[in-house]
Design a protein around this ligand. Structure first.
Ligand code: NAP
Ligand code: MG
Length: 489
């Protein structure tokens, strides 16, 4: 496996001006993969200047041609699947099985979708006073800054870059310094398939330096951020200088409600996927399991048995179903929540610790963890972002809704029921950006993705994302209107 470990600016891999480097580790055993160049202010300035210089030609290029380049990138991703699977798995700890079935194909799928979208975004003509033509164009914003976290680095690169580029913006993207390697590989493929220099620039670096500076940058027209709510607030503050646009995807505390009329077997499987896929490191994880009292025991029997059977281990083993968390620091954070659960009087029904297997002791592993808690407990209110699910129970629909809507977050949530009226009623009443009924964590590049409340604002995916990456311009033409003089003289 060869990896890029420099910055990608103006179509070339280059060293950082200030020469800093950051170690990139494999969370399976914390061994060193490589050390990457660390972008600081000078490098961000260089990247923004390159993106600014590339903007006029890129934004005026025929939209279908921009789209074609994105489709060629999707093809290149598929042609390089083996290498991308290896890079993503080693850098993040995602099992190769997931990288092959989800991370890589979904990345190609998303780039291809937005490739097709490039020439589908249309303006409109407004029926104004006779004699005037008023039309609305959708124009790109300019240089867009994007800050991507470490939980799905490859996939989120496509979510962020796809709509921005399709709409005609140029991009400066900062991957998390923990997991920059797949994004740098994408940059290499972009250069290969013919993206003009400067259209995309990748600047790995620390959030509080490179990320903050990018969010403050006066020549950046929009900042798109995925990460924690606390950092989201800093991004909003940083944006104020030039009033840049902001799009925030800040995580959640997904309510996953199981009613007594649900198909229990389907709900057990879907609920395990909702929390344990990607080691629970997902903003839309179903991290609160909210069970109707009458079926709670039956459900938990099946759920605990399934959770216990999840094959935890080396992500490079094709049979592994759950890998390590992405960093030592994050492992400690999740283990700390296990302690908080105990202190709060929560009952640990499963896990709550690192695995006993000595082969995994050098890595960032945490066992699938199930905790019975009260809905006001910290473990039911704060995002743990690990293989950690908090279980509560309810008597009736009203109580279920109060629990579901009872956090500061509002990203994704869902319910399991065979009652059609209840499904619609709940979908209407859940204070969320996304609701799933008899499924969980469904995502498609055409369907808007984002949240309300402390989960942020703005939407990724679909026409909504294209809208958020463009500005409306209203143009008035006097075709043959006789305008009475405003100051008759
Ligand atoms: P984070 O601090 O919010 O980091 C997310 C990204 O933002 C990283 O690339 C980070 O860079 C960057 N960043 C940090 N400070 C910044 C600043 N002042 N200005 C601009 N960018 C900045 O999240 P984290 O520390 O990685 O994880 C903490 C918690 O956040 C998690 O446990 C989870 O609850 C939540 N989270 C949510 C999502 C999500 O999908 N919504 C993703 C990741 C984390 P560095 O890597 O250098 O810090
Ligand atoms: Mg890593």
């Amino acid at each position: 496996m060869t990896v890029q470990n420099q910055l990608f600016i103006n179509g070339e891999f280059v060293d950082a001006i200030d020469g800093g480097r950051i170690d990139v580790l494999n969370p399976h055993d914390n061994s060193l993969i490589t050390s990457i160049a660390e972008a600081r202010q000078n490098d961000i300035d260089r990247a923004v200047a390159a993106a600014q210089a590339a903007f006029p030609a890129w934004s005026r290029m025929q939209a279908a041609e921009r789209g074609h380049l994105l489709m060629k990138l999707a093809d290149a991703i598929e042609a390089n699947i083996d290498e991308l699977v290896e890079i993503e798995s080693r850098d993040t700890g995602h099992p190769v099985r997931d990288c092959r079935n989800l991370d890589v194909p979904r990345t190609a799928f998303t780039f291809r979708y937005f490739g097709g979208m490039a020439d589908k975004v249309q303006g409109s003509e407004i029926p104004v006073e006779p004699g005037f033509l008023n039309y609305v164009k959708r124009e790109p914003l300019g240089v867009v800054g994007q800050v991507v976290p470490w939980n799905f680095p490859l996939m989120f690169t496509s979510w962020k870059m796809g709509p921005a580029l399709a709409a005609g913006n140029t991009v400066v993207l900062k991957p998390a310094e923990l997991t920059p390697l797949s994004t740098l590989k994408i940059a290499e493929l972009m250069a290969q398939v013919g993206f003009p220099p400067g259209v995309v620039n990748i600047v790995p670096g620390y959030g509080h330096t490179a990320g903050q500076y990018l969010a403050e940058h006066p020549q950046v027209a929009k900042i798109a951020f995925t990460g924690s709510t606390d950092v989201g607030r800093k991004i909003v503050g940083a944006s104020a200088g030039n009033l840049k646009r902001v799009q925030l995807e800040l995580g959640g505390k997904g309510a996953n409600i199981v009613f007594d009329d649900a198909n229990i077997k389907a709900a057990v499987g879907g609920s395990a996927f909702a929390i344990f896929h990607n080691q629970g490191q997902a903003c839309i994880a179903g991290s609160r399991l909210i069970l109707q009292e009458s079926i709670a025991d039956e459900f938990l029997d099946g759920f605990l048995t399934l959770a216990q059977s999840i094959r935890l281990g080396d992500p490079s083993d094709p049979s592994t179903e759950m890998g390590p968390l992405t960093s030592k620091q994050h492992q400690q954070r999740v283990l700390n929540y296990c302690d908080i659960a105990r202190q709060e009087g929560g009952e640990i029904l499963l896990g709550g610790k690192v695995p006993d297997d000595v082969a995994l002791s050098g890595g960032c592993y945490v066992e699938p963890t199930v905790v019975r808690a009260q809905s006001s407990d910290r473990v039911c209110q704060e995002e743990v972002f690990g293989p950690f699910v908090a279980v509560t129970t309810f008597k009736d629909e009203e109580e279920a809704l109060a629990i579901a809507n009872g956090t500061q977050y509002g990203l994704g949530g869902g319910l399991w029921t065979q009652n059609l009226s209840r499904a619609h009623r709940f979908a209407d009443q859940m204070r969320n950006g996304m609701v799933w009924v008899n499924c969980y964590k469904r995502v498609n590049p055409g369907s808007p993705f984002g949240g309300v409340g402390s989960s942020g604002y703005g939407r990724e995916m679909g026409f909504e994302a294209m809208h958020d990456y463009t500005e409306a311009k209203s143009v008035w033409i006097n075709v043959d209107a006789q305008i009475p003089p405003f100051y008759p003289r």
